[in-house]
Structures are given as C-alpha cells and as structure tokens.
Design a protein around this ligand. Structure first.
Ligand code: ADP
Ligand code: TYD
Length: 205
C-alpha cells in the first residue's frame, strides 16, 4: 500500500514499560495490512551505539554525563542520516523504539538540561507524528526487567528511573500520547493501533 509521505511513530518510556513488545506488534500488524513499516531502535548498533552499549553493560566507569550525552546524540545523527531520513523519503512508516525524548529524560536525570537537549535534537532529528509515552508503576517495570533476567548497572537503578519518569511526565508536546503500560499487552496494542490508524487515515488511508 502506497502512502503519500513517510510517517514517524516513536515509543518512549522507562525500561520495562513494554515498548519493544508494542513496536514489534505494531510492525507486524502494519506489514500484514500491506503498509511499508520498518522498526528501528536507539541506541543503534553503529559506532556510537556500540560505545553506549558497552557502558550499558559494564557501567559508566568515568564516562561523564556530557560525554554520554554526546554519544547518544552522535548515534542519533548517524541514525537520522543513514536510516530515518532515507526511510521517510521513501515514504515508509518508521516505528522507533526510543528517540530524543529518552535522551532528554535519561541524560536530563543525570543533571543535564532536558529542555536544551530537546531543542538541540529537534535541529537535526525529524519530529515524530506521534510519540507514545508508556507509563507503568515502577515495581511492575522492575518485575518485568528482573523476569527478563538482565543486570543493567546504573541505567536501571530505582532512584535514577524515578527521576527519568518524572522528566518524561514533565514533557509537554502536542505529539505526545500517554499510554497506560500496566494494561494487558492486547489492550495496549489496540490503543496504539487505533492511534496509528487514525494518523494514517488523516493521510487518506
Ligand atoms: P521495554 O522495551 O519497555 O523495556 P519490553 O517490551 O521489553 O519493555 O517488555 C519487558 C517485559 O515485560 C517483557 O518480558 C514483556 O514480555 C513483558 N511485557 C510487555 N508488555 C507487557 C504488559 N502489557 N503486561 C505484562 N507484561 C508485559
Ligand atoms: P534499550 O535498549 O531500549 O533498553 P530497554 O529495552 O531495556 O528499554 O535502551 C538502553 C538504555 O539506554 C535504556 O536504559 C535507556 C538508555 N537511553 C538513554 O539513556 N538515552 C538515550 O538517548 C536513549 C535512546 C536510551
């Protein structure tokens, strides 16, 4: 099915809120309906993303918040140039597992200016059509993360994630749609697909 212009839907929220599950389901549902959907994620597996993944696995170990921020932004610039812009130019529907709101919230929670981060990212990264912000009680997220059996050093520490969540809560942008991630996987998927279909319908689809 041809769409008239590319679309960008982003999925944001703290770890364990169910983003990746929903990105995969939305991609499968759209592909089944014949739409040119593509799933992307940040941090990527590129040069900068790999440096980031190392600190995710092994801890920050002397990497300053400013340096960490720079790596996430360089990773995004590379992703925009190599993947996001070409796909939008090609009229694809991109489903992003994390984007610049994550940088504003996670690196903002390290004490950096989250509004400045948003402002700077908007100068080089295309604005989303919808930014789904997943919310779920921290305990539920922790249970899900533990069930996944990953040990993620400082990125998933409770106090840090409380700050990250409150920054996500503070962002105000007409494209943000808040999603209750504590509902069942099927109920969340239905809400997401309704919002995506509505957005596509505005394009006559
Ligand atoms: P995120 O990408 O936000 O970190 P995931 O999609 O990886 O979250 O989900 C984390 C875990 O929680 C996975 O094991 C997933 O199967 C489970 N999960 C996802 N959504 C729900 C939900 N709505 N209810 C219960 N469990 C869920
Ligand atoms: P991700 O692989 O999406 O983790 P998960 O599947 O557990 O949600 O993201 C890895 C971590 O990177 C996650 O803890 C959030 C963090 N992150 C930032 O700190 N800043 C950013 O700009 C992005 C995109 C992610």
């Amino acid at each position: 099915m041809q769409i008239e212009r590319g679309r960008l839907f982003v999925f944001e929220g703290i770890d364990g809120t169910g983003k990746s599950t929903q990105v995969q389901m939305a991609e499968a549902a759209l592909l089944k309906q014949g739409f040119p959907a593509r799933r992307l994620y940040e941090p990527t597996r590129g040069l900068w993303g790999s440096k980031i993944r190392k600190i995710l696995e092994q801890g920050r170990d002397g990497v300053s918040p400013e340096q960490e921020l720079e790596w996430f932004e360089k990773d995004r610039m590379e992703d925009v140039e190599r993947n996001i812009r070409p796909a939008l130019d090609n009229k694809e529907i991109i489903l992003m597992d994390r984007y610049y709101y994550s940088t504003a919230a996670y690196q903002g929670a390290l004490g950096l200016d989250s509004e400045e981060i948003l402002k700077r990212n908007r100068t080089f990264a295309p604005a989303p059509d919808i930014a789904f912000f997943f919310q779920a009680p921290l305990d539920a997220c922790f249970e899900r993360i533990e069930a996944r059996n990953e040990d993620r050093t400082s990125f998933e520490k409770r106090d840090y994630l409380i700050k990250v969540q409150s920054l996500f809560d503070s962002f105000d942008d007409p494209v943000i749609k808040r999603i209750d991630g504590s509902q069942s996987i099927e109920d969340v998927a239905e809400k997401i697909m309704t919002a995506i279909q509505t957005s596509l319908a505005e394009n006559g689809l």
